[in-house]
Design a protein around this ligand. Sequence first.
Ligand code: GLA
Length: 465
Amino acid sequence: MKKINLILILIFAANTMVQSQNTNDEQPTPPPMPQFTPEMFANMPPSMLLQMPVEFLENLPVEVREKMPKLKAENLAKTPQMGWNSWNTFATNINEELVKGIADAFVSLGLKDAGYEYIVLDDGWMAMERDAQGNLTPHPEKFPNGIKAVADYVHAKGLKFGLYNCAGSRTCAGYPGSRGHEYQDALKYAEWEVDYLKYDWCNVAPIRETADKIAYAREAYSVMAQALLAAGRPVLFSLCEWGDNDPWKWASFLGHSWRTTGDISNCFDCIENHGTWNSWGVMQILNMRDQDVLRKAAGPGHWNDMDMMEVGNAGLSLYENQSHFALWAILNSPLILGNDIRNMSKETLAVLTNKNIIALNQDTLGIQGFRYKTINDSIEIWAKPLAGDEWALLFLNRATRPAEFTFDWRTAQISDAFFNKEILFSDTNVYKIKDLYAGKELGDTKKPLKAQLDKHQSLVIRLKK
Ligand code: GLA
């Protein structure tokens, strides 16, 4: 109890400091922030998180944040989750046969062996209305044997099963939302043995329009987080409020991933206008937020989600598919397939099961990559520190024409100040280079790296001693 009081006093002090900074510009330099340690929070009931202002949580040192008790199932998504979601290809046209076919393909095509685990039904799995007791019920024609039957089928293959719902009164496609039914729905998911919940943000007015919209979003998501915990089955909680309420500041305490943008579209570099909303190409998703800010919030158990992938869908070339997949890997986004994997080309399968690229995403260090610099006007270089002092680099040609580049290692200074990582190149500090899509060695960092990249093509390499 004493510790909790101490924490409250510290929070109050921190808050007062923030307020006094805001209201009185002439105030002398505020006293330094107290030094928080994980021990101070060790016995804190997780529900106390909800009393802590977002700014306070956001500014805690990473090592304290990581060790604080959380309002979510622990030990899930220690590396970004991998799986398949129905929305990008099938929208609400989903049914029992589709789920079974996808589960079969996971096994027969080697996707399960490559690490893909979750099969998630997005919007449209429910009947249009709840039953007389207020329970969600499966859509009678799409799922005549119920949801538990499909979950059982998926589980029997050694895979995990997920569903979608929404924090509003209705889902984005107009099916019953969870608002006011959170605990009842969480119990139903536990009964059906659901392992994953994607939770959307449609039909939430008036909460969305309030002055403190961040606080309201956080509260709406925390109700569902607590309901899932109370229901007792560990569920991976995937938030989907499109980055509208800065989830990277607060969601890591109650969820395992949060969407950072609006919906992806099956194009590399375009904006699709749907009247009241837009969907976004791969490049638009990449650029929409300041990745340098977002990456500070990500780590084992809590990831920035750049949306389900469009790899393999019409609209993207092979090189664009490769770049899209590698960018999602390097930015530690969940790798959620969004294509019809039962009918995909050999090239698409090769991209999606490239174990060298997947290994970047699943690296145990869990550090999200960053944009290092742009050279020759169009070659954007992304870098990612990996476990064992290895690094990944991605050279993306953003231009619509081929481009060449020469990269001289001796002039490169690649460092990650936030996570305290640096790679130095010299005649005595030499790394071997592996091209991860071609699967071949490219010499070492003694000589400059030269390459030619087609429109939207990437060279993805791993540096290793
Ligand atoms: C929102 C989400 C999508 C999808 C649809 C379903 O647009 O962002 O990913 O879940 O709703 O209606």
